[in-house]
Ligand binder design. Structure first.
Ligand SMILES: [Zn+2]
Length: 376
């Protein structure tokens, strides 16, 4: 760990001569430098004890506050400060040492606001992601555990590790799509950006949902998005993650086919129990709803559904084609009470779909080769 403030934490050689008001001895001439450097008034405390600089923005804050929250700053500020050397390589403004940080000013604004005011995260849209990801990055870098936890919990709502959480985020995306007639993908940040953030801050728990979401797009939407498409302007996937995406996307598409085949095989034969052909209505346990009235009719009905689903999902190539969780949900509703004569079959299909969805959800990390580590 570098001594503070006798030397900055990182090499500053990347921006020689950027500070216009810098004197030959390394201190700052405030009046002259203020032409390029800007105070951030909301985070400029007159009794602050240190000035942080990110890009050309300055923040006057308190070493005590930073130390209280951040293991990184605590260590840095607690080191002995060799006073004799101070003036030689430390900038001063208004009597405070200036610490140059190699972070985006926007990220630092969001971090400092979260430290002073408490985090105020939003509704998981794209603007919110810019804010939260900045906090996440810097809370990780500067060892601010409590903030990192809060930010990660917030990110885990749209990028959840449970199927229940996934369904809730999908309900919101569908409502958004219906209200705005915009692609639902605009409701949340690009999953590519989420994957890259998860890599950067070591948060593998965000990866399965982000990879699954990404896999639902066509390759052209992922790699050559049009200007108004949801993935336009995303960061770049690493080569290793592009490979994971390709492998997982293939499995996911096979899963749709397997679902439809599975639905056909699950057609009435024993589950639910079917009345034999001689069973009359009178023999049917009253109110149980567990037995088909007519096995033959139910079976025919099922085969028609399979045919319908095959047409719809495998040949139409509509949105559902690469979203087996969605396909399973829809298949499960195909015989819902209003469409089906037989409540037993409707119930049976619904339960089959729910089981399939749980099963697939658990497999998603393996589809995208994310087991063990979230691996890099
Ligand atoms: Zn039935």
């Amino acid at each position: 760990m570098a001594h503070f403030p006798s030397s900055p934490p990182e090499d500053c050689a990347d921006s020689p001569g950027m500070i216009q008001g810098q004197r030959p001895d390394g201190t700052l001439d405030l009046d002259a430098s203020m032409e390029t450097l800007q105070r951030y008034n909301d985070l400029w405390f007159t009794d602050g004890s240190i000035i942080l600089r990110a890009e050309n923005t300055l923040f006057r804050v308190h070493m005590s506050q930073l130390s209280r929250r951040s293991g990184f700053f605590r260590d840095m500020f607690s080191l002995p400060q060799p006073c004799a050397d101070l003036a030689s390589d430390t900038d001063f403004l208004e009597g405070c040492p200036v610490l140059r940080l190699h972070d985006a000013a926007e990220d630092l604004i969001n971090l400092l606001k979260a430290i002073y005011d408490g985090p105020t995260f939003g509704n998981h849209d794209r603007n919110d992601f810019r804010l939260v990801s900045g906090v996440m990055r810097l809370a990780t870098k500067y060892l601010i555990d409590s903030l990192r936890k809060r930010a990660l919990a917030h990110l885990s709502i749209p990028w959840p590790s449970t199927l229940k959480g996934w369904d809730a985020r999908e309900d919101i995306a569908r409502a958004y799509e219906a209200e705005r007639t915009a692609h639902r993908g605009h409701r949340y940040p690009s999953p590519i950006d989420v994957i890259n953030l998860a890599r950067e801050v070591d948060a593998p728990e965000l990866l399965p949902a982000a990879f699954y979401d990404l896999s639902r797009y066509h390759c052209s939407q992922i790699f050559e998005p049009g200007p108004d498409e949801p993935l336009s302007g995303s960061t770049e996937l690493s080569l290793a993650d592009t490979r994971r995406l390709a492998l997982g996307k293939e499995v996911s598409q096979h899963a749709v086919t397997a679902l439809i085949q599975g639905m056909g095989q699950g057609a009435p034969q024993g589950s639910p129990r079917h009345a034999s052909s001689s069973t009359t209505l009178r023999q049917r346990p009253r109110g149980s709803g567990q037995i088909c009235v007519s096995a033959a009719a139910c079976r025919k009905d099922f085969l028609e559904l399979v045919e319908l689903a095959t047409q719809h999902y495998l040949f139409d190539r509509e949105r559902g084609c690469a979203d087996p969780l969605y396909v399973a949900e829809e298949l499960g509703q195909l015989k819902s009470a209003e469409f089906s004569e037989c409540k037993a079959c409707a119930k049976s299909l619904e339960m089959w779909a729910a089981r399939e969805r749980e099963r697939m959800w658990k497999l998603i990390p393996s589809w995208f080769r994310l087991e063990n580590t979230g691996g890099s």
